[in-house]
Design a protein around this ligand. Structure first.
Ligand SMILES: Cc1cc2nc3c(=O)[nH]c(=O)nc-3n(C[C@H](O)[C@H](O)[C@H](O)COP(=O)(O)OP(=O)(O)OC[C@H]3O[C@@H](n4cnc5c(N)ncnc54)[C@H](O)[C@@H]3O)c2cc1C
Length: 477
């Protein structure tokens, strides 16, 4: 038994690190003693990508727009942190989504009838999409971690099951919009494991939609966003923006939250770890959870092979631009969620969110707030005025924008979002086996098992349980 409490260091005060710390400090009944957790955060504030700029009555997100309300781990944590009343559902009117294709906005169909009517695909492509029911499932699904040669890209999956036109027009912009990345590189099994399960368990996507849709109707859950088989749930945030979550989590932690403490080295010692952060040697800790992005962890991880694996996880750049206009200065009604652009269109913006249509509490009456994303790395070194000018010109081409913006916000993310390239699951399996050589050191966060907030919070619970198991076996035994 240790003399004092169980001490754990969490590196990174993004939402993944904070959630892991929360789960370690607030054990559920039967989970064992609470741990003493120290958070080591490089930046001046916690939250990582969850940062909301408040400017008068405008609220602009630096990173995520929100999360789906379908992951219990996220909702439970938000409520436990006292944010139950602050949860904000996106507006029902914002369910319509658009693609900017061949010079105009076209609505993405969400029903078979709308699909038949839509002009996104020529008739032959529609026939090929409908023919998905006839495409036999692959027999080697679900083995990408142990047999990387069976991994396939989102593009390969889409072209195989639904045809090239579908992959080019729908999957390409979806992956650009979610990761800022390229569906010709992204591993389906790592980034969209649900799709692999649907093909494996039901033989195909339309078959899965029929089965799951019928089940939802019987359970009275029809009509929720996402459509049968796809991700379900309602996009959700907080009245004060996504930053409310890390703020509340940090406020509810008992242990020290040391901001301005970048970790530069980890040293194993008998029974635990020392961590150097902000020039101070801290510890000993019985366990360390590394929730910093993989490319940061690559600089100080103890194992050279792990450093190489971590450094190999690709992150895509993004420039996010928020622009506020007078309502009458934007011609388009902005009656939906926003738009994405397929790469064959060659447009500079990956997508535009019609933020003030999606959410209440984001812009004062009589104004609209748009948030666009550009993925060209050259934009990172442009000055704000140039970025705003280029964005306004593109917004004008798409929506018809007459006046100058009332306000603008430019957020540069040199390494915004992890892109899980083909081979990601095999890389993770190798990383896990290396971590077994360094007991008491764990990794979590959006670099590994899901890039979205929901995935990070789910993984935080999984990793907290593994830390507890380690402490029970190695420290408390
Ligand atoms: C533009 C954009 C839009 C997005 N949109 C969505 C969305 O709509 N929905 C969604 O679910 N997700 C979205 N995401 C993804 C979402 O932001 C991530 O899932 C989430 O923020 C990941 O949290 P994290 O804690 O793993 O990483 P981060 O938020 O990156 O936090 C990591 C923390 O580690 C700290 N750190 C780094 N190096 C060190 C070090 N050496 N020592 C100590 N601390 C260190 C950093 O300062 C940071 O605070 C978006 C991301 C971006 C960038």
């Amino acid at each position: 038994m240790p003399d004092g409490p169980l001490r754990v260091a969490v590196i990174g005060g993004g939402v993944a690190g904070l959630a892991t710390a929360w789960r370690l400090e607030h054990p559920a009944a039967g989970e064992g003693p609470a741990c003493d957790v120290t958070i080591l955060e490089a930046a001046a504030t916690v939250g990582g990508n969850l940062r909301t700029e408040t400017d008068g009555r405008f609220r602009v997100e630096w990173g995520p727009n929100g999360f789906l309300d379908s992951e219990p781990a996220t909702l439970d944590l938000a409520r436990a942190a006292g944010l139950g009343e602050a949860l904000l559902r996106s507006n029902d009117a914002a369910r319509r989504r658009f693609l900017y294709v061949r010079g105009r906005l076209r609505e993405i169909p969400t029903s078979p009838a709308a699909f038949l009517r839509c002009d996104l695909f020529p008739p032959a492509a529609k026939l090929r999409i409908a023919g998905e029911v006839l495409v036999p499932p692959r027999r080697d699904l679900g083995q990408a971690a142990s047999r990387p040669e069976t991994d396939e890209t989102v593009w390969q999956f889409g072209a195989r099951r639904l045809g090239r036109a579908f992959a080019e027009t729908m999957l390409d912009p979806m992956v650009r919009g979610i990761t800022g990345g390229d569906c010709r590189r992204v591993s389906l099994a790592a980034a969209f494991p649900r799709m692999v399960e649907l093909e494996r368990d039901h033989g195909g996507l339309f078959r899965a939609m029929a089965v799951l849709g019928g089940r939802r109707r019987r359970e009275g859950r029809a009509g929720r966003a996402g459509g049968a088989g796809g991700p379900t749930g309602v996009l959700t945030s907080f009245v004060e923006g996504t930053a409310a979550l890390p703020r509340a989590l940090a406020a509810g932690l008992r242990g020290p939250v040391l901001v301005g403490h970048p970790v530069t080295s980890l040293t194993p010692e008998p029974g635990g770890w020392r961590v150097t952060a902000g020039g101070q040697r801290l510890g000993p800790f019985h366990a360390v959870v590394d929730a910093a992005p993989a490319h940061e962890a690559a600089a100080y991880h103890v194992d050279p092979e792990a450093r190489e694996l971590l450094a190999g996880i690709r992150f895509n750049p993004l420039v996010v631009v928020g622009l506020a206009f007078r309502r009458e200065d934007v011609v388009h009604p902005l009656d939906g969620f926003g738009l994405l652009t397929p790469s064959f269109e060659g447009r500079p913006l990956l997508g535009v969110l019609w933020t003030s249509s999606i959410w209440n509490h984001r812009a004062p009456a009589g104004t609209v707030l748009l948030r666009s994303m550009a993925g060209d790395p050259a934009w990172l070194s442009l000055d704000d005025a140039e970025i705003v000018a280029r964005t306004c010109s593109e917004l004008d081409a798409i929506h018809g924008v007459r006046g100058r913006p009332l306000r603008h916000w430019v957020f540069r993310h040199p390494r915004a979002i992890a892109e899980y390239e083909v081979g990601h699951l095999a890389r993770l399996a190798r990383l896990e086996s290396i971590l077994e050589r360094t007991p008491g050191l764990f990794v979590t966060g959006s670099s590994y098992r899901g890039i979205a907030i929901n995935a990070c919070l789910k993984d935080a619970g999984r990793v907290a349980a593994r830390v507890r198991a380690h402490l029970a076996a190695e420290v408390l035994a």
